[in-house]
Design a protein around this ligand. Structure first.
Ligand SMILES: Cc1cc2nc3c(=O)[nH]c(=O)nc-3n(C[C@H](O)[C@H](O)[C@H](O)COP(=O)(O)OP(=O)(O)OC[C@H]3O[C@@H](n4cnc5c(N)ncnc54)[C@H](O)[C@@H]3O)c2cc1C
Ligand code: FES
Length: 268
């Protein structure tokens, strides 16, 4: 439960309220994370928050953070050289290795692109291991698209289909307009042989998961990443409990076959 000290190696302002921090260990380091896991980041004197891994490169961990409250605003305000506490990695990850030979569909909404970014970079690195692959990305408007430069670079490659849609845009926008679920029908994958990874606001994940199942992707092959308020992140405090599951330990990544009944319990 004791955080390791990390130093901010680089800081990039992605959007007005969102920054990406690359963190390097100072006094020992966390275990090597799997893609899809999260760390608890400490803003000293303020508190800690669960933040997904947006990248792992040797011992440097990358996190993209949106400032919404005391802890995340303090993390966003960190400068290069500042110290941040890191404990983790926690939770379940995206099982990309178990999908070798299958078609891969990644669907992201808004900040949800951060936790699925390592899937895309790993896909590019091991492209021959998988069938057809597509990234479908949705955002509120062109100005709130995360990782714009990277999206453009991914789009210019021809071995992964990258489709971007926004809810609303000026006339100068040349991409799609509409919700990301509308892109699912035309994704160039064979539904029965596809593993899908979906990350974004909960309502978006619900609609996308349902659209994927309707298309013929088995519910056990659709993976989502749930977010709940967390405190301990190790299954002790009960803050993140959904039914008999703890999102910090049994999740955050769950198949739709597991997640859908849990989300229904909450609504009763
Ligand atoms: C597994 C996991 C991974 C996450 N990954 C990221 C990430 O990569 N980048 C990122 O910016 N944020 C991520 N979050 C959300 C982040 O942890 C919260 O925004 C943060 O804890 C808010 O803390 P705060 O003190 O800044 O704000 P608070 O004052 O605690 O909260 C501000 C507002 O956000 C709401 N809120 C707090 N936590 C959550 C949550 N988990 N889900 C929905 N609403 C919440 C509160 O109800 C309140 O309205 C993740 C959360 C989880 C559980
Ligand atoms: S955050 Fe404490 S049990 Fe999950």
């Amino acid at each position: 439960m004791v955080p390791h000290m990390y130093r901010v190696l680089s800081r990039r302002q992605d959007l007005a309220d969102t920054v990406t921090l690359a963190l390097a260990p100072i006094d020992g380091q966390i275990a090597t994370p799997s893609i899809g896991q999260f760390n608890m980041l400490w803003a000293f004197g303020i508190g800690e928050a669960p933040i997904s891994l947006a990248g792992v490169d040797d011992d440097v961990v990358t996190h993209t953070i949106r400032g919404v409250g005391a802890v995340t605003n303090a993390l966003c305000a960190a400068s290069e050289g500042d110290q941040i506490g890191v404990r983790g990695p926690y939770g379940t990850g995206w099982d990309l290795d178990g999908a070798m030979g299958r078609d891969i569909l990644v669907v992201a909404g808004g900040l949800g692109l951060a936790p699925v970014r390592p899937i895309v970079t790993r896909l590019f690195a091991r492209r021959a291991d998988y069938g057809r692959a597509a990234l479908l990305m949705g955002a509120r408007d062109p100005e709130s698209l995360l990782y714009r430069d990277e999206l453009e670079a991914w789009r210019s490659r021809l071995d992964i289909e990258v489709e971007v849609t926004v809810d609303s845009a000026q006339r100068s926008w040349r991409g799609d307009v509409g919700v990301v679920t509308r892109l699912i029908d035309r994704a160039p994958v064979e539904a029965a042989n596809t593993r899908a990874f979906v990350c974004g606001p909960e309502v978006m994940m619900r609609f996308c998961a349902q659209a994927l199942v309707d298309l013929g992707v088995p519910p056990a092959e659709v993976f989502v990443s749930l977010e709940r308020n967390m405190h301990c992140a190790v299954g002790h405090c009960g803050h993140c409990q959904l039914g008999s599951s703890f999102v910090c330990k049994d999740g955050p990544v769950l198949s739709w076959a597991e997640a859908e009944p849990l989300l229904r319990i909450r609504e009763r």
